[in-house]
Design a protein around this ligand. Structure first.
Ligand SMILES: *Cc1c(COP(=O)(O)O)cnc(C)c1O
Length: 462
């Protein structure tokens, strides 16, 4: 039986009309889009679950903040408000606004990584990986084995495997490990949380070898919610106390504010120690790449909305509803026998498309097949997180095989209602009923050299 839906802790004041195209029109649109959902126009999607990044609905306080935003070039009041909020919530002495998460990576990583070094993470997000590599270093993922098995319902599947971490340090030599990155929640593994116990163990290893720790903190609030719920030591701690505890173990953090800080654009860098020599270098890089360090590539109104969103993201009523909404969708899939990365993570449901389409091989992209079928079925836009997204081996050009073939239903924050969520589940159930009749996947008709999934053209295979 599906779990109870937790009612929205808000009511709706401004509406954005959406409409559903006919089945024939949807079929035509997806064909015109070369079966790549990034080419669809937003207005042709009834429910848009392509990402939870920057697609959040802001509150009335945030919109009021947009009007109050101080647009001064230097020293705007909105800047100081944001810095105070960041220091209060994360406990880091230095807070640097940037225009989004990858801008933070671009500013910070070259200061920490040298050519020939490696960086180790539970799992790197794709832009984070790209900026490690642009800094001349290479990435090593050390996620726990359970993360690779969608049906294993164990807690904290986003954790780092400490013995893998130790082995990776031994293999490369501690002096060649420039950075350890703890990604919370672990986006690439399905929004899976990381426990405080694991963060402490990783930090202890890092300290022992003198390796700095950066927290990739896009979903700091969702991660704290899971810790409060599932880690006994923290049952009676507030979300704010838990966030403080998580960030105590990071020397620095980089954050895409487009996720848990509930804004449409923004990011942050944090440095724990005020006297760190990094601070001056961050300011210098920021001035070169992003803009003066008191605005960091954002308008004053964005700084203002972000300073408010940081607090709204850690509101416990909001988080209970937020995670509850995702869990409600997952429980409807349980009832229908549809497999997904379980237990469900924080920001969406990652459906196991390989289990739904066992007849479709990885090189015909089961995750993309399901994404196309969901659009055809109900005008729902999702994306593949599997071999299609992973791409080809950089040296041999051979199609790589991903650990998973997921279709991600990423849920924007405060945007959709229970009726929309029921439609997502109903559409998946409809597709499951005709899944065996879908015998052909897709092949690449044209692809760019890197990050192909955004732009590739596909056609039916065989
Ligand atoms: C989104 C994200 C980023 C990159 O942030 P952008 O705002 O998209 O540039 C980095 N790491 C993680 C874990 C993310 O989810």
């Amino acid at each position: 039986m599906a779990i109870k839906y937790i009612p929205e802790p808000f009511r709706i004041k401004a509406v954005e009309p959406i409409r559903v195209l006919s089945a024939d029109e949807r079929s035509r649109k997806i064909q015109e889009a070369n079966f790549n959902l990034f080419y669809l126009r937003s207005e042709d999607c009834y429910i848009d679950l392509l990402t939870d990044s920057g697609t959040n609905a802001m509150s009335q306080s945030q919109w009021a903040g947009v009007v109050r935003g101080d647009e001064a070039y230097a020293g705007a009041s909105s800047y100081f408000k944001l810095i105070e909020a960041g220091q209060d919530i994360f406990g880091h002495a230095y807070i640097q606004p940037v225009h989004q998460g990858r801008a933070g990576e671009k500013v910070l990583f070259p200061l920490l990584l040298k050519k020939g070094q490696v960086a180790i993470s539970n799992m790197f997000f794709d832009t984070t990986r790209a900026h490690v590599e642009l800094a001349g270093a290479r990435c090593v993922d050390c996620v726990v084995e359970d993360a690779k098995h969608p049906s294993r319902r164990v807690r904290f599947k986003g954790n780092m495997d400490i013995s893998k971490l130790e082995r990776a340090i031994a293999e490369h030599g501690a002096q060649n490990v420039g950075l350890i990155v703890i990604t919370i929640t672990n986006n690439s593994a399905g929004g899976q949380p990381v426990s405080i116990q694991n963060i402490r163990e990783v930090a202890a290893v890092a300290r022992r070898y003198g390796i700095p720790v950066n927290i990739d903190a896009a979903r700091y609030a969702e991660n704290a919610f899971f810790i409060q719920r599932d880690e006994p030591e923290f049952q009676n701690k507030s979300i704010k106390e838990i966030v403080r505890e998580m960030f105590r173990y990071g020397d620095t953090f980089t954050m895409s504010a487009k996720k848990d800080a509930i804004v449409n654009m923004g990011g942050l860098i944090g440095v724990k120690e005020a006297e760190s020599p990094l601070v001056l270098k961050i300011k210098a890089n920021c001035i070169s790449y992003e803009g003066f360090y008191t605005y960091g590539g954002l308008a004053g109104r964005d700084l203002e909305a972000l300073s408010i969103g940081l607090y709204e993201g850690v509101d416990e009523n909001y988080l209970r509803y937020r995670i509850g909404q995702v869990e409600y969708l997952a429980s409807r899939l349980d009832d229908a026998g549809i497999a997904y990365q379980s237990p469900v993570g924080g920001h969406g449901v990652f459906v196991d498309a390989a289990a739904l389409f066992p007849q479709i091989p990885y090189h015909e992209f089961p995750g993309q097949v399901l994404a196309v079928e969901l659009y055809r079925e109900a005008g729902i836009r999702t994306c593949d997180i599997g071999s299609y997204m992973l791409g080809n081996h950089p040296d041999t050009g051979e199609q790589l095989r991903a650990d998973f073939e997921f279709t991600r239903l990423a849920i924007p924050r405060r945007v959709y209602t229970q009726a929309h969520v029921d439609l997502m589940a109903d559409a998946l159930i409809e597709v499951k009923q005709r899944a065996a009749s879908i015998t052909r996947g897709y092949r690449i008709k044209w692809e760019p050299p890197i990050l192909r999934h955004f732009q590739a053209h596909l056609e039916l295979a065989r």
